[in-house]
Design a protein around this ligand. Structure first.
Ligand code: NIG
Ligand code: FE
Length: 411
């Protein structure tokens, strides 16, 4: 199939050369063309430019984007969208004054989701999860990282991986799977955490690696979950199977997870609601990207990641939804871009860079996704009529997306 999109008011994130990450001060610039076109063949961006240079292109489908903005699809580099049921009762408990930690200590939280998932059939889990993904696609997300971590037994974690694999086969969206068996310590291992870590490193990771689905290994490095030593043990076991680290750190406490991640060449370190100078120093001159999750801060009423400190130190930043039943039950990247502006004090240009090219980097796919570049995959958003791209974060909680193209298919 070939598609020509014409009369685009603003075509965002246009790069002649294949950029794969945008850092520091450069994030303030969003490269764009006004009154532009894009031409797609099969799943690839073939050509783009300004309308006065758009002659002689014959496409099977022509989309007139007069008054509309076209940009790369959102790249959501941190989600937990494979889960069963929900945790609305904990939501109400929190409104009534309990903290996230108190709920978890009473057997709620991640363990609650694990129980639900263990008792849900693979087909049902698939149906619930693909529905969430379809909703995200309609809101402009074209690439999604999905973590395990609500199984917490070998069988249930493998069930999650098989569901993620099926989603990857069935969906048009790009799916990047991550193993997060070290998400919480299961009830049965409460007084013998070492045994659970052994189960992860000696049985679960080797079996999961055999399925040949996952790209990354994740650990919830946090007080009451997995400490620095546990985290390093699990990362090393993952690395043996070519699973690169991509980890949860500094959500509530600073344990040194950022430096540990950098030491093991993590692709990303995510959360960072708490951050100190040592963390910033560790990230400098590394290939590890920090990822902020403002939806989690919003929902749990915890601090927002000090994103300015990171960007102003010359570092890159990605933003993602953290879509999960406990701390961020929304996968709307449009809201995340808005929240990044309002709460992290990113400019619209920085927020859009963080949600496109840098999100793609945080999934290891920015050589093919995240910008409008000849030869890159055609994953695009066509917005409703807007005067300027700043209206995307400005009109928070609106859905500015009118149509999406994923892998060259107009959905
Ligand atoms: O990223 N922090 C750990 N994991 C999730 C929350 C999981 C849950 O509460 O179900 C997060 O916020
Ligand atoms: Fe998370």
């Amino acid at each position: 199939m070939s598609i020509l999109i014409t009369n685009i008011k603003q075509l965002l994130q246009v790069h002649k050369h294949n950029v794969t990450i945008i850092k520091g001060n450069a994030m303030k610039t969003l490269s764009l063309l006004e009154n532009a076109y894009v031409y797609i063949e099969h799943d690839t961006i073939i050509e783009y430019g300004v309308m006065k240079d758009c002659h002689g292109i014959e496409a099977e489908i022509t989309v007139d984007a007069t008054g509309k903005i076209v940009l790369p699809s959102w790249c959501d580099s941190h989600t937990h969208i494979v889960y069963a049921g929900n945790r609305t009762s904990e939501f109400v408990d929190r409104i009534n004054g309990l903290s996230y930690a108190e709920i978890a200590n009473n057997g709620g939280g991640i363990l609650n989701s694990a129980k639900l998932l263990q008792n849900t059939s693979e087909d049902d889990l698939y149906d619930q999860s693909i529905k969430r993904l379809d909703e995200l696609i309609k809101m402009g997300t074209g690439a999604v990282e999905i973590k395990t971590g609500y199984g917490l037994t070998v069988e249930a974690e493998l069930k999650m991986l098989r569901v993620i694999k099926r989603i990857k086969q069935e969906s048009q969206a790009i799916i990047i799977p991550t193993i997060l068996a070290a998400h919480a310590i299961p009830e049965a291992y409460r007084s013998k955490k070492e045994d659970y870590i052994k189960l992860i490193t000696e049985e679960l990771i080797p079996k999961a690696a055999k399925l040949n689905i996952a790209h990354y290994i994740d650990v919830f490095c946090e007080e009451g979950y997995f400490d620095i030593e546990d985290t390093e043990t699990i990362l090393k076991a993952g690395l043996k199977h070519n699973l690169r680290p991509k980890i949860h750190v500094n959500q509530f406490n600073i344990l040194g997870g950022v430096a540990l991640g950098v030491k093991h060449n993590a692709l990303s370190v995510d959360h960072l609601e708490e951050l100190d100078e040592n963390d910033v120093k560790a990230l400098k001159n590394s290939d590890t990207i920090p990822v902020a999750l403002p939806g989690c801060s919003y929902f749990l009423s915890i601090p927002y990641t000090p994103a300015r400190q990171l960007i102003d130190a010359g570092l890159p930043l990605a933003i993602a939804t953290d879509y999960n039943p406990g701390s961020a039950p929304s996968g709307n990247m449009n809201f995340i871009v808005g929240a990044a502006c309002v709460k992290l004090k990113l400019t619209p240009e920085e927020a859009i860079n963080a949600a496109t090219i840098n999100g793609a980097y945080a999934m290891g796919i920015s050589n093919m996704y995240g910008s409008i570049t000849r030869g890159k995959k055609a994953n695009l958003i066509i917005t409703k009529p807007l005067n300027h791209y700043s209206e995307i974060p400005y009109a928070f909680a609106h859905n500015p997306v009118e149509q999406v193209i994923i892998n060259g298919q107009l959905l």
